[in-house]
Design a protein around this ligand. Sequence first.
Ligand SMILES: Nc1nc2c(ncn2[C@@H]2O[C@H](COP(=O)(O)OP(=O)(O)OP(=O)(O)O)[C@@H](O)[C@H]2O)c(=O)[nH]1
Ligand SMILES: [Mg+2]
Ligand SMILES: [Zn+2]
Length: 311
Amino acid sequence: MTARCVRGAETDPPPRSEPGLVVGAHGRHVVVETPDGTRVLCHPRGKKSELVVGDRVRWQITGDDGVVDGFEPRRNLLMRQDDWRTKSFAANLDQLLMLVAGEPVFSEAQLARALVAAQDAGIPALIGLNKTDLPVVVAARERLAPYRAMGVEVIEMALKADPAAARERLLPRLAGRTTLVLGASGMGKSTLINLLVPAAAAQVGEISRALAAGRHTTTTSTWYWLDEGRRGALIDTPGFQEFGLRHIAPERLAALMPDFAAALGHCRFHNCSHRHEPGCGVRAAVERGDISASRQRIYEMLYDELSRPRR
Ligand SMILES: Nc1nc2c(ncn2[C@@H]2O[C@H](COP(=O)(O)OP(=O)(O)OP(=O)(O)O)[C@@H](O)[C@H]2O)c(=O)[nH]1
Ligand SMILES: [Mg+2]
Ligand SMILES: [Zn+2]
């Protein structure tokens, strides 16, 4: 990979649009990587919608920087929305890897929210259970049982305690794909990136340098190539506290939770909310134990949240 600085070139080619990939973003300013690996700070032309990491754009040089003058339709877009704003994580993803661990104890609600958002966006998700060297992994494994049962793949690993085994398990699942890595603080995202990404510090350094040239130092998400051939990539996201699902209507929630979706179609009322109506097939599934008590609690919490009038 080359990382040439294109600022101040004396023999600028005549302006024409070139293809590029957004590898870093700060508000409306983005770092675009060209097919030969050059990274350029670009600004959007006019009041275009916000670009995110993973967007495929057309851009051209204007003076020191670049201007984005178009972008390809997105295959998908993972976003979160709370009462105040919508935030996009990344676009054009092949899969989501949600990292969890027994210590610090992971939030099941946070996991469930991420999986609902991924399902809504049509992005396959897998769970990485890290820190299997710690005794608390037993409890974490139990809490993940409903997720395994509904068909979510759980990859167990000890990124720090047994990095070789973790690599061996992860690489076949990540090679050739674009994977967004999510996880609360302390789950092991940085450990994962440093283990799998050659010269991770250098890759992030190039993005920071390009942004710093425009006086923007932080990026919302960062793109890392996994291999020299630039086929597989990981996208790292800084810690997130809120994972709002405000963009999802409460009536759609059950269909986006695979264990609930499996129980749909047996309710007396077609517009059943699966909370207090008589003859509810979903609640029957809870009573049979097909849906776990914790998932039922999370469903109710999310349903209430999505039903509340917006502030
Ligand atoms: N016991 C154990 N600890 C681990 C393992 N993997 C990572 N850790 C530790 O967990 C802590 C957090 O790891 P990080 O990779 O910094 O976590 P992070 O997800 O990047 O956290 P933030 O940057 O705060 O969002 C560090 O002290 C790691 O050394 C593991 O396999 N076993
Ligand atoms: Mg980190
Ligand atoms: Zn029902």
